[in-house]
Design a protein. Structure first.
Length: 245
């Protein structure tokens, strides 16, 4: 790292392999989709076998990373958190990816330690995310049960159900058996009930919309197409797999 008092240059220690291939559909915070999967691959030069020694006794990990897929580099002091329905908020009162330094911080669950990295769950990171550092979570110091959550405390949560047709469930079963991945149905449902749609698409459920009504999230090698029937129900329309095309 080169360093003067205001300018820094940093180097990634590795990258994230993630079940989420696009920003769209990636959860807005860690821990929201418990069955999401990722692996933090550490580069050889950091000697993972030695540098990860001692981490296996910890259950959770802080991941400090770069929002490398950010497209807008202009600074905005106020941002529109998706959950605030159009209202804006000072960027430093949010967890927006769009900030002066595109640095993110996520608390994830450690699943296993491998010779070249750490397998984690509960992630909100896109595949390929560069990692600047990882640090163990210290519950006795960092857990603050009486902590206040500002504007985010007032948000109302809607209970959403995901509906599958027989045909899609059959496709899912085949995908599951071929991939041997973690529970795909759970992963898809936990992801979709967070409602990944940007604000402009919402509010037309069950009515004619001037916008696209079907959306797709990319999870592992599959595109899951879905649509909102009403505020509380999502229909899976179709699943297509890249490897089969
Ligand atoms: C709101 S941010 C929160 C990230 C982190 N927990 C934090 O607070 O810094 C999470 C969103 O960032 C986006 N994201 C995740 N990885 C990214 C990346 N590598 N580049 C750009 N955007 C990313 C996804 O759309 C995800 O929903």
């Amino acid at each position: 790292m080169t360093l003067d008092s205001h300018n820094f240059s940093m180097k990634a220690i590795g990258f994230v392999e993630s079940c989420y291939l696009d920003r769209f559909g990636t959860p807005r915070q860690p821990g929201l989709v418990k069955s999401s999967w990722g692996k933090i691959h550490l580069q050889k030069e950091w000697h993972p076998q030695q540098s990860l020694e001692g981490l296996s006794g910890f259950s959770h990990l802080w991941v400090i990373f770069v929002f490398h897929q950010n497209t807008n580099s202009r600074f905005h002091a106020k941002v529109h958190p998706p959950r605030l329905g159009g209202a804006n908020m000072g960027v430093f009162a949010t967890r927006s990816p769009h900030r002066p330094n595109s640095i993110g911080l996520s608390l994830v669950k450690i699943e296993s330690i491998e010779s070249d990295g750490v397998v984690v769950s509960g992630i909100d990171l896109v595949n390929g995310t560069p990692v600047l550092d990882i640090k163990p979570y210290l519950p006795e110091i960092e857990a603050i049960p009486e902590a206040k959550a500002g504007w985010s405390e007032q948000l109302v949560k809607t209970k959403i159900t995901v509906l599958w047709s027989h045909e899609q469930l059959e496709f899912l079963a085949k995908w599951q058996s071929e991939s041997g991945r973690i529970h795909l149905r759970q992963l898809i449902e936990e992801t979709l009930i967070l409602d990944p749609r940007p604000l402009i698409y919402r509010g037309y459920e069950g009515k004619a919309s001037p916008y696209r009504e079907t959306h797709a999230v990319r999870i592992f090698d599959g595109d899951v197409h879905f649509s909102f029937i009403d505020n509380e129900r999502i229909q899976i329309i179709d699943i297509s797999r890249h490897t089969l095309e």
